[in-house]
Design a protein around this ligand. Structure first.
Ligand code: BES
Ligand code: MN
Ligand code: ZN
Length: 509
């Protein structure tokens, strides 16, 4: 991944392929943001006028490349828009900095080293710019340029190899800690993205479990993998019911990070459908091309546990990855079948495409057995949530209003868009089954909430629980923006890590 350095060097003295400056929309037109004074000087104080003449406005995400004047040790200056300039004595919003840094890093794809001279008022601005740059510099190129790579040398363009943050002080404890935290978090978000982007013929449940095991061991995280034999023996009817139609059989992975002085334990549970064809209730063409993303919840859980371990947080975190491939075949579950879940509850499967709740039901019961202080599950669970909130916002449901509010606030704080959603009790009876204890489907209207109510049935008595439906933001199909690339986004990793940090410090609202 991109290397990050903090540098006290002046903007006019550092050698790099490009120098990034911030610009904003002021009351009287474009203004150059703090941090770029030396650059403006090299333009004889006319940087704003030059950019204005080129049609730049300072709008969010806008990037303008300029040839650098003599006096700078870079060939190119890149001006990136920060949006509306803050009032005098106020700082730029952290998310505006994060997005601008991301847009700049994307615009410099293919360059080696960039120096960022963005406004860094405090340590949280250092975190934001560092995260934005490292997240924006992401590219998934593992499957490209095969022939050229084989022919040696020129493969696909690579992301920035090095980012220097000017004005961030390597000897300042707070700045250093901010940069280190940003590096860990961004690295893990990018790992979650890689997992989501990896084609499903390579990322099978078994392969995902192998990656998780190897990485966990490298980071001092305990790992336990249940294979199909153990799952059958253990009575995991939900996970097996979904996974048994595939040649690539399911896995349940448990990752345990523990801290000797921890006072609290969190459990994170991730939906890990490595491919969702819909099963016998097959999805039509047009609805299945992106379904390799259906393990994004498990990817977020895995990446978060590793981040928590790397940060050495004073909290115990257990991650559960419910991994299966949902395929139609002679051995697949059929609509009408009844599954006996790990909890003992029976489920009539009315639609094999409502599979996420089946694998999560088992994992939630299992996670509940250890009586954690709270459980958070993360899942690309329903198309209904995408219809409700769009493709940039995840829904939060919970059995505890205060916990739901805390997660909403935490997500906001780290720059992830989310919204609280209800669990209306009256929808529960729409899943009544004439044959089993519950059906895996209810009414279509409010389908995201129905799915949440199904999951709630598998949460242990008295355990605080929240459910994040990331079906919208997990996979980005539109044009890249800010630090968000096309494809896997790493949705929910930053929220889970901050939740663990807040739990560790006892600062949970
Ligand atoms: N994985 C899908 C949900 C999804 C949709 C994720 C769009 C990402 C983008 C899930 O397994 C599914 O198929 N849900 C069904 C449930 C229905 C059959 C009750 C849905 O939402 O249509
Ligand atoms: Mn499905
Ligand atoms: Zn699914």
């Amino acid at each position: 991944m991109t290397a990050l350095t903090l540098s006290t060097a002046g903007a006019a003295t550092l050698r790099a392929d490009a120098l990034v400056v911030g610009v904003a929309k002021g009351p009287k037109g474009l203004v150059v943001a703090a941090g770029a004074e030396a650059v403006d000087k090299a333009f004889d104080g006319k940087l704003a006028a030059v950019l204005d003449a080129l049609g730049a406005s300072g709008g969010e995400g806008e990037t303008t490349k300029l040839p650098a004047p003599a006096g700078l040790k870079v060939p190119v200056v890149l001006a990136v828009g920060l949006g509306t300039a803050p009032e005098q004595d106020e700082s730029f919003d952290e998310e505006a900095l994060r997005r601008a840094a991301g847009a700049a890093a994307r615009a410099l794809h293919g360059a080696k080293k960039a120096a960022f001279a963005l406004p860094l008022d405090d340590a949280s601005a250092v975190t934001a710019v560092a995260e934005g740059a490292l997240l924006g510099a992401y590219a998934f190129t593992a499957y490209q340029g095969g022939e050229k790579k084989a022919a040696k040398g020129s493969g696909p363009k690579q992301p920035l190899a090095e980012v220097a943050l000017l004005g961030a002080k390597p000897r300042d404890k707070e700045h250093k800690a901010a940069a280190e935290r940003a590096t860990v978090v961004a690295t893990e978000v990018n790992i979650a993205r890689d997992l989501v982007n990896t084609p499903p013929n390579d990322l099978t449940p078994e392969a995902f479990a192998a990656v998780a095991s190897a990485t966990a061991k490298e980071n001092g995280v305990k790992v336990q993998v249940l294979d199909e034999k153990a799952l059958v023996k253990g009575g995991y009817g939900g996970i097996m019911g979904v996974g048994k139609g595939s040649e690539n059989l399911p896995r349940l992975v448990k990752l345990s990070y523990t801290h000797p002085k921890a006072e609290k334990t969190l459990a994170f549970v991730g939906k890990g459908i490595t491919y969702d064809s819909g099963g016998i209730s097959l999805k039509p063409a047009g609805h299945n091309e992106t379904m390799k993303c259906d393990m994004a919840g498990a990817a977020a859980v895995f990446a978060s546990v590793v981040a928590v371990a790397k940060l050495g947080l004073q909290v115990n975190v257990t991650g559960w990855l419910a991994l299966a491939e949902n395929m139609p075949s002679g051995s697949a579950t059929k609509p009408g079948d009844v599954l006996r879940m790990y909890s003992g509850k029976t489920v009539e499967v009315l639609n094999t495409d409502a599979e996420g709740r089946l694998v999560l039901g088992d994992a939630l019961t299992k996670a509940s057995e250890e009586n954690p202080d709270a459980i958070v599950d993360v899942a690309t669970l329903t198309g209904a949530m995408v219809l409700a909130l769009g493709d940039r916002t995840f829904g939060i449901m919970a059995n505890d209003d205060a916990f739901r509010t805390s997660i909403h606030e935490i997500a906001e704080e780290v720059g992830e868009s989310s919204w609280p959603m209800p669990l209306p009790e009256d929808l529960r009876k729409t899943m009544d089954s004439p044959t089993a204890d519950i059906a895996n489907m209810g009414v279509r209207m409010g389908g995201g909430l129905v799915a949440g109510l199904f999951l709630q049935e598998f949460v242990g008595e008295g355990i605080t629980w929240a459910h994040l439906d990331i079906a919208g933001p997990a996979f980005h199909e539109g044009a890249p923006y800010g630090y968000t690339p096309k494809g896997g986004t790493g949705s929910a990793v930053r929220t889970l890590v901050r939740l663990a940090e807040r739990t560790a410090t006892g600062d949970l609202g």
